[in-house]
Design a protein around this ligand. Sequence first.
Ligand code: TXA
Ligand code: MG
Length: 339
Amino acid sequence: METKIFTADTVKDAAALLKAGELVAFPTETVYGLGADATNESAVRKVYAAKGRPSDNPLIVTVADVATVERFATITPAARKLMDRFWPGSLTIILPIKPGALSPVVTGGLQTAAFRNPANALTRELIAESGNPIVGPSANLSGKPSPTTAAHVMHDMKGRIAGILDDGPAKVGVESTIIDMSTDTPTILRPGAVDEEMLEPVVGTVASDKHKVGAGETPKAPGMKYKHYAPDAQVVIVDHEVDFPAAIAWATASGHDFGVLATDPVLKGLDDTLTTYSLGKDLQAATANLFAGLRYFDLHPTVKVVLAEGFVAEGLGAAYMNRLEKSAGGEHFSPKAAQ
Ligand code: TXA
Ligand code: MG
């Protein structure tokens, strides 16, 4: 299958493919998604196949307005407040669904579904033009970092999907915050750009699902149990800028090729013969560039270790560190242990 690129001028052609039951990747402000008509079961099945995604991992339903959500789910007053305040934007809301309103292929058989209204004009046009909501998992192969450019999507999905709607690099860079509004206390299942401090003034106390899932347990967001964001090299988190020289000495002594993934303030102090990838100037830029950086080192197969800059896990830093921790499998550089 040829994977065609679409742009602002050809949104209608991309929508025609969705209507015909084909897969089209779409831009959002967070990461690129893999679209299929959410009301077409056989189209939705193709999404799992293209990604290599386990079938018990439910898909987000991507909409361009609140009225579409009402076709499928009951919107509680608190959920409506969130939609009024944060949509379109980087907040995915889990709601109880109307019986039989969505295929179990979309929901993984759950009685709830995740709804998202992304802040991207081309995608909103694509959904409106196609006439139905679209499922929207991230458009990466299962286990790989989410794509933040059309080129990333092409790398993973070439020949597997009919098209990609290209709208340049994603601005936020990590996936949306997921909040479960189907329970008594609103609960954050995945941290993103919309953080606890922004949510609490709107819906009161918000809980965070930090529970680590053991074997045989079902996590609240099924996708969180799988290995994620994993580049080919071992990622090691360096929590403090001052520890980079020691971390580099340790990596050099290991004899392996290594790379450094850090912001400009860290990189400017380092030897310029090192293999580096700039995360930009600050936390916001680092969040937007993190997945591109992890993918960059996959293009350098000799690099076996990536020393990656850590941030304090607060606000947007919580979203950044959540992804980085997963890509590192929890490995942090310890200056003491390296001595
Ligand atoms: O920013 C985003 O949310 C991106 C863009 C493309 O919109 N999409 C995205 O989708 O990250 P995905 O499928 O990669 O991640 C969605 C997560 C998965 O961990 C899935 O298990 C969880 O949402 N999820 C979906 N439906 C759920 C439900 N009813 N209850 C709990 N978790 C759910
Ligand atoms: Mg994903």
